[in-house]
Design a protein around this ligand. Structure first.
Ligand SMILES: Nc1nc2c(ncn2[C@@H]2O[C@H](COP(=O)(O)OP(=O)(O)OP(=O)(O)O)[C@@H](O)[C@H]2O)c(=O)[nH]1
Ligand SMILES: [Mg+2]
Ligand SMILES: [Zn+2]
Length: 310
């Protein structure tokens, strides 16, 4: 029988069979997939084949090729990845200007890795109801920046419901991952859109202005009008990336756009003469924050080399 992995808690996977029945499964055999060293060989969103056994449980025996996926690199040096979900139509990156504060470095790393894995991202600025005047102004600037680069942005409040009706048609019939730092309101948003989901949520810590990592595993929830929402655990940050400069350039849309005018094909946009990216930066066509994020990811690669040598 074939089915869809809708939840993963430890070594158990919940699979919704194509006949509509939900079965708890374990993995049989070795699922080391091409090119990815991941802590979870099977992810939410995977299409799998299962073999039922007598005890109302089953084994996952085969995973179909993934269309795409989103990974979070682990923070340690093991270089392992954790696949948050697979086969996505889009990801909503939930961002809050405050309570907690989502940094631009984090946003840019998320966007770059989604570009790398072929997942379209929509930015959702949540908690609009509690913004101060300055924060609202700052959020406006962020929205302008990311819209100019070409990302769709929405400003919402999961508490008051403001802006949510604009999100609904975006979700219909699609598989959508919700991601972002802990405490930004991913589960609250899903509960608002899909009250029967009844997901656990928790207040953020006053002392640290950060979330409590309330959601601990990815879960896929079916929308009555078709499509799925995937709630995921909040991510703190990304580990390092190992990407060649030319490739990295292509994950920053506006940097990629200007790089076509650089004198050298293998320009890293750091010091080279005739660099069109540095020129665009000095003329403010590229935002400093984006360029800093790009530089940070370029340095990842050198750090990794350094570590590998020892
Ligand atoms: N004022 C306000 N509070 C919100 C809003 N959305 C969520 N919250 C609150 O923020 C806190 C964290 O929300 P969660 O939904 O648990 O956040 P999460 O992103 O799922 O967090 P993790 O599961 O830890 O990754 C809760 O106390 C929510 O009630 C909003 O739009 N406005
Ligand atoms: Mg949550
Ligand atoms: Zn250049």
């Amino acid at each position: 029988m074939k089915g869809l992995v809708i939840k993963n808690t430890g070594s158990w996977y919940t699979v919704k069979g194509d006949d509509g029945k939900v079965v708890e499964c374990k993995i049989k055999g070795n699922f080391r997939l091409k090119g990815i060293r991941s802590t979870n060989p099977v992810a939410v969103g995977d299409r799998v084949e299962i073999a039922l056994n007598q005890a109302e449980t089953a084994f996952i025996t085969h995973i179909e090729d993934r269309r795409n996926y989103i990974v979070r690199k682990s923070q340690n040096l093991s270089k392992q990845s954790h696949i948050l979900a697979a086969n996505l139509d889009q990801a909503l990156l939930i961002v809050t200007v405050n309570h907690p504060q989502t940094g631009t470095t984090f946003i840019d790393r998320f966007l770059a890795s989604a570009e790398a894995y072929g997942v379209p991202v929509v930015l959702v600025f949540n908690k609009c109801d509690i913004l101060s005047a300055d924060e609202r102004h700052y959020q406006r600037q962020m929205v302008r920046l990311y819209e100019t680069i070409g990302y769709e942005c929405h400003e919402v409040s999961a508490a008051t419901g403001e802006g949510i009706d604009i999100l609904r048609p975006l979700l219909q019939g699609r598989i959508t991952l919700l991601s972002g730092n802990s405490g930004v309101g991913k589960s609250t948003l899903i509960n608002l859109i899909l009250p029967e989901a009844d997901l656990k949520t928790a207040e953020i810590s006053d002392a640290h202005n950060t979330g409590m990592h309330t959601t601990t595993f990815s879960e896929m929830l079916e929308l009555p009008e078709g499509g799925y929402l995937i709630d995921t655990p909040g991510i703190k940050g990304f580990g390092t990336f190992d990407i060649e400069p030319e490739e990295l350039t292509s994950y920053f849309r506006e940097i990629f756009h200007f790089s076509k005018g650089c004198r050298f094909n293998n320009c890293t946009h750091t010091h080279e003469p005739g660099c069109a990216v540095l020129k665009a930066l000095s003329e403010h066509y590229i935002a400093q924050s984006r360029y800093q994020s790009y530089l940070g990811m370029l340095e990842d690669k050198d750090e990794r080399k350094y570590r590998e040598a020892y």
